[in-house]
Design a protein. Structure first.
Length: 723
């Protein structure tokens, strides 16, 4: 929570301007409040949102605790620097006045002069470094920062003078000065384009304007182009040396190209290899050592996926005259191929299911990664059935081919399964639970499948523990913890689970404050809130509130903040929203080309190409009258000849002969939340191959949800068509 400025609580008996004593202040406490006044910067307010944050109510006894809580709530809005509360006697009661001093959100400095760029950009540069206010000792650093900004734009003669304005404000008088001119160009290094080609490509000429931003962009593009010629070590940079007056610069171009690069495999062939995919130096435009190392591993993995489990690949650089070659030496070894797959020791699972889990077939290459994956799948299946001690052991037997270095090695695979004894769940007990009885907790984990007699599966137990944790979090026990303590019998066939729960305190919602809404009514936001005063502060309610507010489509951002004041078991929830623009506009255009039948001079129909410019415009407005209502207008028009033009040369029928207008109005929860209302009307004229169609209509729908998957719709449609 943001710490505000000075806070004063001044309960003064304003009677004949007499001084107030501590005893008189005490006399106000406990007396009924007859009126609550709210002032912002001396102006009376009747803002219901702000008044709702004040705990001191009319006709209720005055409590200092409620006054302090009211001050805390008002500070939570983030709009006020100070809150002053004063009180006096009237009609045997107390009149309370809350004076709020609004925060001055203005930036503590401004930019003036020949800036050459938006002042907001310069302000952002300074605020990112120094904040909203630049202190006196930071002035020199701020000037240096702004000068660096202008130097980055080629303005070395910029003049920046800070001018204090009083009241802690500051003005920067800026003259960006003329852009530096290029006095000379020095080219270090060489390209096949030659000096003139390089300067032309970069748009550089002596006497021209120095634009460092544009030059860096052109250098980057040129470097990419050079790397595209296989000069993967190319580096193109520039430096600028300004004259003392900053009016001209000497530009130094540093060009390093290196040698053109080729990539090839050596040693054993790589079957069906795509060199560009396995060694993506062309796509990356680099021969970085890390990239080459990754490429070697990628080629090894590719070969092992083909059954060459002993494959080894190393790379080396071969420097030749005017050429750099990256060579990948491949030693792929023999190809290992499965000739048989057998299973031993299994009794619970059928061999057919084991084969499906292993997913390795006779005649396929032996891929060790696939073997490990299949073995893990078999072990997981047994574990889900309660066989927590299962061991899956594959054995490989290579057949003797009689050759010293065989090209293909036949391999027999035997998968031996040591199942062990299954483990079942015994008793399930809960310790430390006070908020929920055992039956409620047992129902939660029973829904997952944790019941006595079920198979013991560690991931399922972890899921049950997480479900209990979520139950407590959703009921406001934010510090609750759940620990599972398993107790196995001597044989390991039965396990008793103890869920040890440390609940901690339950947090309740004290107040729900809404901040940031300007056009949208607070009641619209409150309708979507799942968190309510007096209810537990549950995580699910917070998440649901975020989802509902985001689904409205009315906000750029939604943030839920929590803070407590005094009572650690109650918290206020501050809903901070940033409204999206209420009006949205879209437009566009295009050209339609189609064939239409036209009558020729001889009276015979013929197909002719027709060109029709098209355009559309749409405008929408949401959060109408502060509610979640929206209205949208879409228009589309096409310039073309109508269908009644007699000949293909007729121009009299050219005009806006095809158009469409659609107006939609949407109001969720209309008629006191009876249902969602949608009203739409349209006017359309369309040209068809053999006729023109003019239509108009209105459609009204009221949709009401009857459950999670069912809804009822009542509608009325009226329309007319004319051909």
């Amino acid at each position: 929570m943001r710490q505000a400025g000075p806070c004063r609580l001044l309960l003064a008996a304003v009677l004949a301007a007499a001084p107030v004593s501590a005893a008189e202040v005490v006399e106000l406490v406990g007396r009924p409040v007859v009126e609550v006044q709210l002032f912002v910067d001396g102006v009376p307010q009747r803002d219901e949102t702000r008044l709702g944050l004040i705990e001191t109510r009319e006709a209720q006894p005055l409590s200092l605790r409620e006054v302090r809580e009211s001050i805390t709530h008002l500070y939570a809005l983030g709009d006020f620097f100070d809150v002053v509360v004063s009180g006096w006697m009237r009609d045997n009661g107390v009149v309370l006045r809350y004076d709020l001093v609004a925060l001055d959100r203005r930036i503590g400095f401004e930019m003036q002069g020949d800036l050459g760029r938006p002042a907001s950009e310069l302000i952002d540069v300074v605020t990112r470094r120094f904040g909203r206010v630049v202190r006196t000792e930071e002035l020199d650093d701020a000037v240096v920062l702004l000068e660096a900004e202008y130097r980055a734009l080629g303005r070395f003669a910029a003049r920046i003078e800070p001018a204090p304005l009083g009241a802690g404000r500051l003005r920067f008088d800026i003259d960006q000065g003329p852009p530096a001119q290029i006095a000379s160009i020095e080219l270090r290094g060489a390209l096949e384009d030659g000096r003139s080609g390089v300067l032309e490509r970069l748009g550089l000429v002596e006497g021209g304007v120095y634009d460092p931003v544009g030059l860096d962009e052109r250098l980057a593009d040129f470097e990419s182009e050079v790397r595209g010629r296989r000069y993967y070590e190319a580096r193109l940079r520039h430096d600028a040396i300004p004259t003392p007056d900053g009016l001209s610069v000497d530009v130094v171009l540093d060009i390093e190209t290196g040698s053109p690069v080729t990539v090839r495999f050596a040693g054993d062939p790589v079957p069906d290899a795509n060199l560009d995919e396995l060694v993506p130096v062309a796509d990356e435009g680099s021969i970085d050592e890390d990239l080459l190392e990754d490429s070697s591993l990628r080629v090894e993995d590719y070969l092992r996926g083909l059954g060459y489990r002993d494959a080894r690949v190393v790379h080396r650089r071969l420097d030749e005259l005017g050429l750099l070659t990256v060579v990948f030496d491949v030693d792929r070894g023999a190809e290992y191929r499965l000739v048989s797959v057998e299973f031993e020791g299994h009794a619970v699972l059928a061999e057919l299911e084991l084969r499906d889990l292993l997913a390795m077939r006779v005649g396929e290459p032996l891929v060790m990664e696939a073997l490990q994956t299949g073995g893990a799948a078999i072990a997981d299946r047994y574990a889900a059935l309660g066989y927590r001690g299962v061991v899956v052991q594959p054995r490989l037997k290579e057949a003797d081919t009689g050759a010293d270095t065989p090209a293909v090695v036949p391999v027999s695979l035997v998968v031996e399964v040591f199942e062990g004894a299954p483990t079942a769940l015994g008793t399930l007990r809960f310790e430390g639970n006070r908020a929920f009885d055992e039956s409620a907790l047992a129902e939660v984990i029973g829904f997952i499948g944790l019941v006595p007699g079920a198979a013991y599966f560690a991931p399922m137990v972890a899921t049950g523990r997480a479900a209990l944790q979520a139950l407590y979090l959703n009921e406001g026990y934010e510090s609750a913890s759940v620990e599972v303590q398993p107790g196995f019998d001597e044989r390991g066939t039965v396990v008793d689970l103890a869920f040890v729960i440390v609940e901690g305190p339950q947090i309740l919602v004290d107040h729900v404050l809404i901040v940031g809404n300007q056009q949208i009514d607070s009641s619209t936001i409150r309708q979507e809130l799942a968190v309510r005063p007096g209810q537990p502060l549950g995580q699910d309610d917070l998440d649901q509130t975020r989802r509902r507010l985001a689904a409205l489509g009315l906000f750029r951002g939604v943030d839920l903040r929590q803070f407590s004041h005094g009572d650690q078991l109650r918290r206020d929830v501050v809903v901070v929203v940033e409204e999206a623009p209420a009006t949205r506009v879209g437009y566009g255009g295009g050209l339609e080309v189609n064939e239409r039948l036209r009558a020729t001079d001889t009276g015979v129909a013929a197909e002719r190409l027709e060109f029709a410019p098209r355009g559309f415009f749409e405008i929408g407005r949401r959060n109408l009258w502060g509610k979640n209502r929206s209205i949208d207008l879409f228009t589309r028009v096409s310039v073309r000849r109508d269908g009644e033009s007699a000949t293909e040369m007729t121009e009299s029928g050219l005009g806006f002969n095809e158009y469409r207008m659609l107006l939609n109005y949407r109001e969720p929860r209309a008629f006191r939340q009876v249902g969602d209302l949608l009203v739409s009307g349209f006017i359309e004229q369309a040209i068809r191959p053999s006729f023109d169609l003019f239509s108009r209509g209105v459609n009204v729908e009221l949709v009401r949800a009857l459950g999670l998957t069912t809804s009822a719709t009542v509608g009325y449609t009226y329309g007319r068509n004319r051909v």
